[in-house]
Design a protein around this ligand. Structure first.
Ligand SMILES: O=C1O[C@H](COP(=O)(O)O)[C@@H](O)[C@H](O)[C@H]1O
Length: 250
């Protein structure tokens, strides 16, 4: 049974940051109590800043038990200004004591070869989940959405939307620069315990309306979850939603 989407509206991006702090800290605490660690994938774009605003100062978190993956990554050097890792580093990783060995980055030796980089990243995930071929279940994917409805590097109409045989795929024709990227695919995204979309700004309102009210099969609308599928929207992003769709606060 697909998870019923839970949609929460907040009056500002600051309110989302506060709610994210509580939600992510509690999700991490529960995962650590259950399995001794917390696995989380991060998107790039606007997400790392919104996420880190309050979370980076949260003293209750056992950062040493966190394992960080990237929901998608650009095939660039880790210090390139288009790197999703660099964003996460600047906003969060530089401020909290997560062991470097728990941060799974794109292999720097392979950024010129997107296919090899995707294979390598899938192998890194496999190793991090004990080496089994069984589909990993990431505790929490933190997902953003583009104005066109893309999430991770899964773009409308792109062939990667149908990839079912690998956990990580690559592309060299991303409609949004840079063109060369790797991305988690639906089988692993949808096997997460929780998928949480974090969406701010009225530039996303049309996409949210199409996905949530009109059930258009845009890439973000195809995300499911084993446990919970959650949307955190600010007033701008929720601006075109039917009023009956919304819940307030957690
Ligand atoms: O290219 C990307 O875009 C999406 C959305 O970014 P945003 O700046 O509109 O929030 C992001 O989620 C993804 O990780 C990134 O590679």
């Amino acid at each position: 049974m697909p998870a019923t989407p839970e949609i929460f509206r907040f009056s500002s991006s600051d309110d989302i940051s506060r709610a994210l702090d509580h939600f992510v800290a509690e999700t991490a605490r529960a995962a650590i109590a259950r399995s001794g660690r917390f696995t989380v994938s991060l998107s790039g774009g606007s997400l790392p800043k919104t996420l880190a605003k309050n979370l980076k100062d949260n003293k209750s978190i056992e950062w040493s038990k966190w394992h960080i993956f990237f929901a998608d990554e650009r095939c660039v050097a880790l210090d390139h200004d288009e790197s999703n890792y660099l964003l996460a580093k600047q906003q969060l990783l530089d401020h909290v004591p997560i062991p470097a060995t728990h941060v799974y980055t794109i292999n720097q030796a392979l950024v010129q070869d997107h296919k090899a980089a995707a294979k390598d990243y899938a192998a890194q995930i496999k190793t991090a989940f004990g080496g089994s071929d069984a589909m990993p279940s990431i505790d929490l994917n933190l997902l953003g959405i583009g104005p066109d409805g893309h999430c991770c590097s899964l773009f409308p109409g792109h062939r990667l939307l149908d990839v079912a045989d690998v956990w990580v795929a690559s592309l060299d024709d991303s409609p949004k620069p840079p063109p060369s990227r790797i991305t988690l695919t639906y089988p692993i995204i949808n096997n997460a315990d929780i998928n949480l979309f974090v969406v701010t700004g009225d530039g996303k309102a049309d996409a949210i309306h199409k996905i949530v009210d009109q059930k258009e099969a845009l890439p973000s609308g195809r995300v499911q979850a084993k446990g919970r599928l959650i949307w955190f929207l600010d007033d701008g992003a929720a601006g075109k939603l039917n009023a009956s769709t919304l819940k307030y606060n957690l």
